[in-house]
Design a protein around this ligand. Structure first.
Ligand code: SF4
Length: 446
């Protein structure tokens, strides 16, 4: 009889991708059925994230809860994967001795083997065999019209506040033929929107036929694959926003008019302390070039507020940058020191209430631009990718604009899933848009 597997995912899109791959690796190794609650499982895997302190503590709290399940069912296997696993290693066994296996983001392909080993010993593998991971991953199966495709792993930037280079290793790019095969296979299964993912996705670089292929080349080839209508990529670093990539916005229509390009701070002094290796001016230059290549493109970003010794004046420079770029929906967080990173050694002299005030001000401003952009869409016609049925009402369907806004519209015909249709936007709500089908041109008869 088969085993029931429950995977809980913390953190970013890379982790979501890794969890999907872990499930497929497990399913290709035996009779495995995914279940949606830990209580129903024979095997529980936590795919963790250590980017923020709270996320790490959440994992230990979850392990505490799972301990009770293990007490009732001693045959239950518990595994910890992801970045907390790499960072904490065997320490996890000290705090949670009932854990059976520990694996890193780059060894998820070895989980079936580690589970086997864990019948005899506590199994641990947090090494970085990234090429092996790319080679051994099974070809993914599509789950709807959108899919992530991993094109590189790791990061060699070593920003002073970040643990990723220590938990995922240096940048390694995947062979282009593997990527094209995966995209073609997904397209054959009905996927029309591809998101290339990687910690530093625009650092992609791989030799092929005597030249170095970059992300712009992958985008160009992918745009020509039959069935692919939209291409996104995340997360990118301003330092790798090269001219060839910016040029791709001119000649690849499948590349969406939306880019997530984390700036983190608007102050050059703070950017230097963060070891981001670009300046506010060079970031603005990139934004200008992007607007010239693709008028109307929307930019979103990540921000860290209250970096150690950030002055009020330096924070004002971030606010000023937001008002200059007018970012679309973005992410912002209060700085949280990660042990072992250079920034954790800088004295943090800003009090928490002050950090919270800054965060509140920044988020309110970001929110106002996001709402303004949504409001601007009222009355316009947007090309939307139909992604599924509306979550709220059975008679409605859901699509996504190029800027990833959810649009609900009255219609029900699953034949239009995965197609691009024109929707007129009637109303902007707080977290979504409402609209109606503008043109029946691409709609098959019911
Ligand atoms: S670019 Fe910086 S923040 Fe992003 S993953 Fe690499 S080290 Fe971390």
């Amino acid at each position: 009889m088969g085993k029931k597997l429950y995977i809980k995912t913390y953190g970013c899109q890379m982790n979501e991708y890794d969890s999907k791959m872990t499930l497929e690796v497990m399913q290709s190794s035996g009779d495995i059925q995914e279940v949606s609650t830990p209580e129903d499982a024979d095997i529980i895997l936590l795919n963790t994230c250590s980017i923020r302190e709270k996320a790490e503590e959440k994992v230990y709290s979850e392990l505490g809860r799972l301990h009770k399940l293990k007490q009732h069912n001693p045959k239950l296997k518990i595994g910890v994967g992801g970045c907390v696993a790499t960072q904490e290693g065997e320490n996890i066994f000290k705090r949670a001795p009932y854990v059976d296996l520990i694996y890193g983001p780059q060894t998820l392909q070895r989980v079936p083997q580690l589970l086997e080993e864990s019948n005899k010993i506590k199994a641990v593998d947090v090494s970085f065999p990234i090429e092996e991971k790319f080679d051994l991953l099974p070809l993914p199966t599509a789950e709807g019209p959108t899919a992530f495709v991993s094109i590189m792993e790791g990061c060699s930037k070593y920003c002073s506040f970040c643990v990723v280079p220590y938990t995922r290793g240096d940048e390694v790019s995947r062979a282009p033929q593997q990527i094209f095969d995966e995209v073609a296979r997904l397209a054959e299964q009905g996927v029309s929107e591809i998101t290339f993912v990687g910690q530093n996705v625009n650092a992609y670089e791989h030799p092929l036929d005597g030249r170095l292929l970059r992300l712009s080349d992958l985008i160009e080839v992918t745009g020509s694959i039959n069935g692919i209508e939209r291409i996104r990529y995340t997360t990118s670093h301003p330092l790798d926003m090269t001219d060839d990539l910016i040029e791709a916005y001119k000649y690849v229509p499948e590349l969406v008019s939306h880019l997530h390009l984390p700036v983190q701070s608007g102050s050059n002094e703070i950017l230097t302390k963060m070891k981001r290796n670009y300046s506010r001016e060079s970031y603005l230059e990139i934004i200008e070039k992007l607007h010239a290549a693709r008028p109307g493109i929307k930019i979103s970003s990540d921000f860290i507020v209250g970096f150690p010794q950030e002055t009020e004046a330096q924070f004002r420079e971030t606010i000023d940058l937001v008002n200059t770029v007018k970012f679309d929906a973005s992410f912002s967080f209060i700085y949280s020191a990660r042990p072992g990173t250079p920034a954790a050694m800088i004295e943090d002299d800003i009090k928490l209430p002050e950090k919270k005030e800054r965060l509140y001000e920044l988020q309110s401003l970001l929110d106002s631009y996001q709402k303004e952009y949504s409001k601007d869409l009222e009355g316009s016609v947007q090309r939307c990718l139909v992604t599924g049925l509306s979550k709220k009402a059975d008679s409605r369907m859901q699509g996504r604009t190029e800027c990833n806004r959810v649009v609900n519209f009255d219609f029900q015909n699953t034949q239009i899933l995965g197609t691009l249709i024109d929707i007129k936007i009637d109303k902007a709500l707080a977290h979504s848009l409402q609209g109606h089908i503008f043109s029946q041109e691409h709609i098959p008869p019911t």
